[in-house]
Design a protein around this ligand. Structure first.
Ligand code: G4P
Length: 527
């Protein structure tokens, strides 16, 4: 198969949602269709106490929070689908944002009763930053929920994206009878007990056909006719280009738990979702069809197996063909590396692969070479963009509780922050280590992992900072002057960049007013 054919058959996407909307359930159903798993319940749930195929960490099981981003691949109707799973919990939002840099599109799951929720909004903002194409799946239609038209309005208003329903529900909750597929013009009748793949599909080419009344009853049939007429009148025809540009979201309705409306979603997805696209580096655009391999690391996970202290870097392939045992250039370290055991993730299994193509995510065993955002190429010097660090929101100073274990603590905190669990800033005098995170939970994760994986005991002392801001200026002397004046609020990030740790929003604004020549950035990537 040619490189272009390999690329065209791949769809790499993420499923995102506010916790509890049904992301895990939907993922599982998609895997069932792909034959990647045989029975429901085989995929992890991010709930406490459940065993899981893609749970990597003990703490994840304990807390019932999906900390790890997992990768699941399967084949469906000749398409190779790569799902990148993302933690739903808000404290791990940064992990999710970074994973979204490695996908080509997303499916956004919304609970029909709760509509757009806090995390839905934040995740959509990240998608908008990169114009990621979005398909919306409105879930739990077997339960009472909001009116579908109201839901569509809410999505447009709050998420600031145009919508176009491609399927339409008949009733909701107790009166839910099925979904009319506007894409294929057929009716899928709902049966609450149905959890298998068999479906009752009735082809309805003409909604005025009296067969519709026989199938679902006269009143619901008339309501459906009215609704569809209204939709055709209010919403423009579905425009695939607008979807690919990230300005229009097609919407599907269903019930993931009952495996209902999921196949419509999947079938439409493989038709319209983008295959791997060009990506930006600091030098030029890289097309996936280029012969030379390139890719970047968007996730690092340590100690997948507590018995072996291994670390795995998740690499998204952006161009060319990746080959096992071939030397590639690690740009940041200016080092040549080859990989003898690159791994692919097929649902429950990990297996060593000989080659991989754009859109694929592979796991590279790592002994500490990688950091999030690292680029690998066949030699060309370039760095993939769009994997920024965001300013943390909670800051704490790391306190060593066991002076005999300082080395272990140092190593542990360095590795954990390379993995992106948190950000590390160093403050002088005294090399004080300030840890910045977006959520309280990370501190517990860090403490737990330092203890269990590195044998180090740490505590944290809360710091009253509001934001960490990276600084740029055309006039370096202004930054020097600022740094002198504000020495006690200046720290260095892991790459040696200076940051201003502003205590309050007011102090940040006054710094900006006093030093108009300096720009204060709340993400680490600025061009
Ligand atoms: P998440 O990954 O987005 O956090 O959500 P998850 O799939 O874990 O689903 C959250 C809860 O919603 C689960 O119930 C799940 O069974 C339920 N759910 C998912 N899809 C549907 C649906 O289409 N209809 C209905 N009625 N419920 C749905 P739970 O009670 O929290 O857990 P469980 O013990 O039932 O798994």
């Amino acid at each position: 198969m040619s490189l272009t054919e390999e690329i065209n058959k791949r769809r790499t996407f993420g499923i995102i949602s506010h916790p509890d909307a049904g992301k895990t359930t939907l993922t599982e159903k998609l895997l069932l269709f792909g034959g990647a798993i045989q029975s429901a319940g085989a995929v992890k749930s991010n709930k406490i106490k459940k065993t899981a195929t893609s749970d990597f960490m003990e703490i994840e099981k304990q807390r019932g929070i999906s900390v790890a981003t997992s990768v699941m691949a399967f084949n469906y109707k000749g398409t190779k689908i790569n799902i990148l799973d993302t933690p739903g919990h808000k404290d791990f939002a940064e992990d999710t944002y970074r994973t979204l840099t490695a996908v080509d599109s997303v499916i956004l799951v919304i609970d029909c009763a709760n509509g757009v929720e806090a995390q839905t909004k934040k995740l959509m903002e990240v998608c908008r930053m990169r114009n990621t194409p979005v398909i919306v799946f409105i879930n739990k239609m077997d339960r009472e929920g909001q009116d579908p038209f109201d839901l569509l309005d809410e999505i447009e208003d709050i998420l600031k994206i145009k919508v176009r329903p491609l399927s339409w529900p008949i009733g909701i909750g107790a009166t839910f009878k099925g979904v009319y597929n506007m894409f294929e013009k057929h009716l899928n009748l709902f049966d609450a007990s149905k959890t298998k793949l068999a479906r009752d599909i009735v082809s309805i080419s003409d909604l005025n056909d009296s067969a519709l009344d026989t199938q679902i009853g006269e009143t619901p049939a008339n309501k459906l006719r009215e609704d569809i007429e209204l939709i055709e009148g209010v919403y423009e025809e579905f425009n695939e280009q607008q979807y690919l540009d990230g300005t229009l979201a097609p919407v599907f309705f269903g019930s993931a738990l009952n495996n209902f409306g999921v196949q419509e979603l999947l079938d439409a997805f493989i038709k319209i979702a983008p295959f791997p696209r060009s990506r930006t580096t600091d030098v030029r655009e890289i097309a996936p069809t280029e012969d030379n391999f390139s890719g970047f690391v968007f996730k690092i996970h340590a100690n997948l197996d507590p018995n072996h202290r291994d670390r795995i870097a998740f690499l998204r392939i952006c161009s060319g063909k990746f080959e096992r045992n071939k030397f590639y250039q690690h740009i940041r370290n200016n080092k040549k590396l080859k990989f003898s055991n690159p791994t692919s993730f097929m649902a429950q299994d990990k297996s060593v692969i000989d080659e991989a193509f754009p859109g694929d995510v592979i796991g590279l065993y790592d002994s500490g070479n990688f950091k999030i955002g690292d680029t690998l190429t066949e030699g060309e010097i370039m760095n993939f963009q769009g994997i920024p660090s965001f300013s943390p929101e909670i800051f704490k100073e790391l306190i060593n509780k066991d002076p005999m274990k300082s080395k272990q603590l140092e190593k542990g905190i360095n590795q954990l922050t390379d993995e992106g669990v948190a950000q590390l800033f160093t403050q002088q005098p005294g090399n004080r280590k300030i840890i910045g995170t977006v959520g309280e939970l990370q501190f517990e994760v860090i403490q737990y992992r330092l203890k269990h994986e590195y044998g180090a005991s740490a505590d944290f002392m809360a710091k009253n900072f509001y934001k960490a801001c990276w600084m740029t200026s055309d006039d370096d002397s202004k930054i020097e002057d600022f740094v002198k004046r504000k020495a006690q609020y200046i720290a260095e990030d892991k790459d040696g960049n200076l940051v201003f740790l502003a205590q309050t929003q007011f102090l940040l604004q006054s710094a900006q007013a006093d030093y108009p020549e300096i720009t204060f950035h709340t993400t680490s990537e600025f061009k």
